[in-house]
Design a protein around this ligand. Structure first.
Ligand code: GUN
Ligand code: FE
Length: 430
């Protein structure tokens, strides 16, 4: 039994203007958790008699209890290069990313970094992530093993690339197929783990490799697929050169049948109307990566345009081009991205994006994203005043929305008081 200030959303909300009436806020609330699932949610007064006699009561009054954050796009083998100076995407990949990813051919190293990576997610309140590993199957093995030990709902896979990268980071069309298949057979739907097919991006896969990935997608339709799309102008020009027969960058993926309900595309800054139509028709989703897009100077993601096209959008850190594991810091930056486009990001929408919106974008809204009965019990306890400045600012906030906006602006890992995964506490702030 968990007591505190509950905050979640009724369900999937396709029009952001309807979010305020879909907020569920219970000031003195109660969550009953049994065998890793939400058994009951409501007010303390109504629910206190339902608490089993032998149940432990965790009293988190004065703190918010929210569904765990869902990071829809992050790279585990880029921990070591967060905040690497001076470059935009293509130079950044060659200068920093590829040399670092080479280290993950060593399973021991990958295992050590996987532990650090998952701990970093949990101490930032992120309970689910769609995670890129490296091209080495052992990097994915290491991450799956560690996530399985923590019982996390994690989506991961090995990257596939067979050109335009150092020799030690290349597979082939055939090994991309066979190694991914072996990993799928071992890990997809194993406990809370899922597999995602990961062509890095169009420039690093030959048409022959994309064709093999198409076969994998056909063979395993409930596997996820994710890749990068239309992040940077030079990248877009390069794809035009490499695939002159395709109308657009997105069409390269669509041609190989890589779009679809379980497909999500990171960045999507430079799409046109026809691309949006294709995204909508194929029910593909987008991972919005504000800190990364700002850090690499990639551009401003047009969130309102994506929503107007009925495309599902989730929030993502994109560490190591992203500069923080914190989804609160990610919302801070997302707000500024909207401001630079003459728009706003209301706090309810921010928190919706980080929880239910991200769950919906990954087709996980039947399991995660809010506190409906039967949902998986991954949640966080948020301390709304972790620093004296936050306390001061909170004392000067009148409404719930204002308090949430302060969290979105000033918040980070210090605000994550507890993280629970599968009905078990897995992180306690010192
Ligand atoms: N495009 C291809 N690979 C990458 C990557 O690792 N990070 C980002 N941000 N964009 C990419
Ligand atoms: Fe990325």
């Amino acid at each position: 039994a968990i007591r505190g200030e509950l905050l979640d959303f009724k369900g999937v909300v396709s029009n952001p203007e309807l979010l305020p009436e879909n907020v569920r806020h219970v000031e003195d609330g109660l969550l009953l958790v049994e065998e890793g699932r939400i058994k009951w949610r409501g007010s303390w007064e109504e629910g206190k008699n339902l608490i089993p006699a032998d149940a432990q009561v965790y009293d988190y009054r004065g703190k918010f209890i929210m569904p765990g954050f869902i990071d829809t796009h992050v790279h585990f083998p880029q921990l070591e290069i967060i905040g690497s100076y001076g470059e935009q995407l293509l130079e950044w990949l060659n200068t920093y990313t590829f040399p670092t990813e080479l280290k993950y051919s060593r399973k021991e190293y990958a295992r050590e970094m996987a532990g650090i990576f998952l701990k970093e997610l949990l101490r930032n309140g992120t309970t689910t992530a769609l995670t890129f590993c490296t091209v080495h199957p052992q990097s994915a093995e290491a991450l799956f093993e560690e996530a399985d030990r923590l019982n996390m709902r994690l989506i991961a896979g090995k990257v596939m690339m067979d050109r335009h990268a150092p020799e030690g980071l290349l597979d082939t069309p055939e090994t991309a197929y066979s190694e991914s298949k072996a990993l799928i057979e071992k890990w997809h739907n194993h406990n809370r783990l899922s597999y995602v097919l990961l062509p890095r991006f169009a420039p690093t896969s030959t048409p022959e490799q994309l064709e093999q990935i198409m076969h994998l997608k056909e063979e395993y339709p409930d596997c996820y697929l994710q890749t990068h799309l239309a992040e940077n102008q030079n990248e877009c020009a390069w794809v035009k050169d490499l695939f002159p027969e395709q109308r657009s960058y997105l069409d390269v993926y669509h041609h190989y049948k890589l779009t679809g309900r379980r497909s999500t595309f990171a960045h999507c800054i430079h799409l046109d109307e026809e691309d949006y139509r294709c995204m909508e028709e194929t029910e593909s989703g987008i991972a919005f990566c504000p800190t990364s897009n700002m850090f690499l100077g990639s551009g401003l993601f047009p969130l309102r345009q994506a929503q107007a096209s009925n495309v599902r959008v989730g929030l993502a850190t994109d560490v190591g081009a992203g500069t923080s594991f914190s989804m609160l810091q990610t919302l801070n930056e997302a707000y500024k991205v909207m401001q630079l486009q003459g728009e706003k990001l209301p706090p309810y929408e921010g928190f919706y994006l980080a929880t239910m919106g991200s769950a919906h974008s990954l087709d996980l809204d039947d399991r995660l994203g809010n506190f409906d009965e039967g949902k998986e019990a991954d949640f966080i306890v948020l301390d709304p005043a972790a620093t004296s400045l936050q306390q001061l600012r909170r004392d000067n906030s009148r409404t719930l929305e204002e308090q949430l906006f302060v969290l979105m602006t000033l918040g980070d890992d210090r605000n994550i008081y507890r993280t629970w995964v599968n009905g078990t506490p897995v992180h306690e702030r010192n």
